[in-house]
Design a protein around this ligand. Sequence first.
Ligand code: ADP
Ligand code: MG
Length: 697
Amino acid sequence: MKERADQYFGSMVFGYEKMKEYLSKDTYRQLKETIRVGKELNLDIANQVAHAMKEWALSEGATHYCHWFQPMTSITAEKHESFLVPSSEGAALMEFSGKELIKGEPDASSFPSGGLRATFEARGYTAWDPSSYAFIKENTLCIPTAFCSYSGEVLDKKTPLLRSMEVISREAIRILKLFGRSDVKRVVTTVGPEQEYFLVDKDLYLQRKDLIHTGRTLVGARPPKGQELEDHYFGNLKSRVSAFMQELDEELWKLGIFAKTEHNEVAPSQHELAPVFTTSNLAVDQNQLTMEIMKKIANKHGLVCLLHEKPFAGVNGSGKHNNWSISTDTGLNLLEPGDNPKDNAQFLLFLVAVIAAVDEYQDLLRVSVASAGNDHRLGANEAPPAIVSMFLGEELTEILDSLVDGTDYPNKERSSMLLGVNLLPPFPRDTTDRNRTSPFAFTGNKFEFRMLGSSFSVSGPNFVLNTIIAEQLSRFANQLEQAKDFASELSALVKETYSKHRRIVFNGNNYAPEWIDEAKRRGLLNLVSTPEALPTFIHAKNIALFEKFGVLSSSEMHSRYEIVLENYCKTLNIEALTLVDMMRKQVLPALSAFSGALARSFLDKKAAVSSLSLSYEAGLIAELSNLADGLDKEVALLEQQLLEARMVEDISSESYFYHDTVLAQMAQVRSLCDTAELLTDQQYWPIPTYESLLYSV
Ligand code: ADP
Ligand code: MG
């Protein structure tokens, strides 16, 4: 019989339970304190923790350990070391010291650094993040670590996130003090990322170079049946898929990841996994692990898990919904409307801090979700759009509007409850009806940032969110700490902030074409592509922000800017090369073979019965030959452009060249190829079709 899930949940994680079991009382207490307040760990404690971790890992059959880190690629990295060392008598010992736990030295030269290492040393080091749990994966004890260059430049995705969490905690505590909550010692941000993905049959996948090399289909005519019937959503899980999901859940549970709901998405073969939320840094680690394990488990079931944002044209893409909130170590969710005026005033202050942050730093939020893959969703004919706006729901918007405009809040009964700090009447939570089109929606006691791509690390969007909100809280605190009359200053601050930033609130349909014009009138940004969005990252105001809080330095920001744009260009380059290869080696030869067969059959028939018209064969031969000639020409042009791209000197111009020229030409090639596919005998078509990919599992 199978073990109960609650019994093996977290069994592969060195969490509080294991710590308690394997550490002395005193060491456990000190480690816990280190984790709680983010203190530094001394070597003596580290040695004891390392020993305990090793004993636990060995008892679970582990043979190796690794520093697990998150470089500026989209995946995690690890360098395995064996626990084994020879003893002086030549026998084997299993060792793991505090030093090895705290610090590692992977060769940093093969990870992207965006020019940072041109000026600095090639070496880098990894440092243990005690606030994230160590875990065992494939017989290896994995220690979550931050990754820096030797001179201290941040080269990873964990460090800025941890820093941003410190910063927002500090600023939020200042605000809470003013509300008399001096008991709060720490404020944490929480994240629950909902992960979308596709599953396709592995045998078919292996026949498509585009899926193998780029993660998406570069060609493929639309199947007769797409997602128009919407019959996939919450439909029954097919047995192969449910076997996959079951095993996935089990593996995630062992790693202490609360995988909660799994269901089909709108598109055929598309699914979603939602975990229970946790602190931001754990959520980031766990989401990285989730993506990795999804791919591995899929493979075991003869499936491939596609995490690309747009694997199929004409079918919904995949995103990641970043549910975000902020709460205290005393258990208070700061985005939860209170049930008395004072709590509501506090809620409103945090709410307008988020509103102001999102409005003022639309560009940073947009940049945090920019990539070649996600460009196919944002700003393309898909949701959410590239314009950042917020949904608050009707009732909350009305309350804020009436505050600013001095009008009566429409609900008289509740208005009569305006008391004390004179701000917000209690209101029921469930009035925040769902607006599925908003990129940034208030959903009762949290915000849901929906622009993330499915393959993203959620670190970037979250360190941006934390920092931009910390900035508003810091300004508020500066002002309120000086206030003579706290209540009236608070009231004025909420009104002033909302009135300055209310343009970012949009409760309507974000997919409607009218919204684009309306957003323009409101002065909102519409950065439709990665080349357009990225340069805003290094605008002076944004550099000033990150430097002010010590989250990223100016040189670290420039390096990140370069890494992302370089990655964009490389991605499109690989896509274009793959497309050329598929056309030259597969599609053009197939068209030639099929039209050749038609021609032979035409001649045979003509020879047999000379009076036949044979317009089907004749017409198709002509059409296919014309298409092949056209395709050949367009492919040659694309090849030419790829040579030109190499000549472009600066990275921004290069990214525009790829976007405006190469990507447009790829669409040209695709259109001819897809037309040809529809005319070609399926026995001659060399790559699995959309129909087979989307309906095979
Ligand atoms: P849906 O958006 O699909 O309707 P829910 O609203 O139930 O689903 O929750 C979506 C996600 O939001 C889940 O991953 C959940 O854990 C997460 N979530 C709930 N509360 C919070 C919170 N306070 N902070 C961060 N994430 C949260
Ligand atoms: Mg959601």
